[in-house]
Design a protein around this ligand. Sequence first.
Ligand SMILES: [Zn+2]
Length: 227
Amino acid sequence: MKDMFINPAELTGQTEQHISYVAEHIGVHNLLVVPLQQMQQAALADGISIDIASGFRSFARQQVIFDRKMQGQTNVLDINNQVVDLTNLAIDEQIKSILLYSALPGASRHHWGTDIDVYSKSLMAGKPLALEAWEYEDNGPMAALTQWLDNNMQRFGFYRPYDKFRGGVACEPWHLSYAPLSAMFAQQYNQELLADCINASDLTAKEHILTMLDTIYTQYITNVGSL
Ligand SMILES: [Zn+2]
């Protein structure tokens, strides 16, 4: 793909000009629509449906998710999917606990439209999906999807940036990234534009987050796998 300029608003989820909607509430980058369809069709030919649980997410949407966790309105889970009691933790640790599964607003790869959370509706047999790692492992309901992706996604340009726990974001086997686009986004993204966008927001614990930004940037944002 030819190099392109990506503006800070696209990098931090403050515009939808780079997004096309492929289903109700499911947006992806304009240039991901075709490659995604090609992979979905190839999977379908092998009997696997690739459905999207989450695509593009705006800064505002990510802020709702983050603020609710910061304010104790949504449960925060640890790496073993146990509920964390945030009231026992110092604010640094509260923030880090949230970042295990929820990106800092302005720093979600879902802002880019290049990254999607996938599952297979047909493999769920009507049961709800928790979006937990065990579901994608050998004996989980998504095992056949995982296996198909392991064998095929790379030739369509996809990989898993959260393929394993690296001390930052948890292992997220459902989260795929379209490398031809996301590599360009990652290259143009930087800590300064994140700081600017946090500064301009009314994010909960914003002042504290800004003091931790060096750590957050290296531990949770650039600390990912590659193709
Ligand atoms: Zn995701």
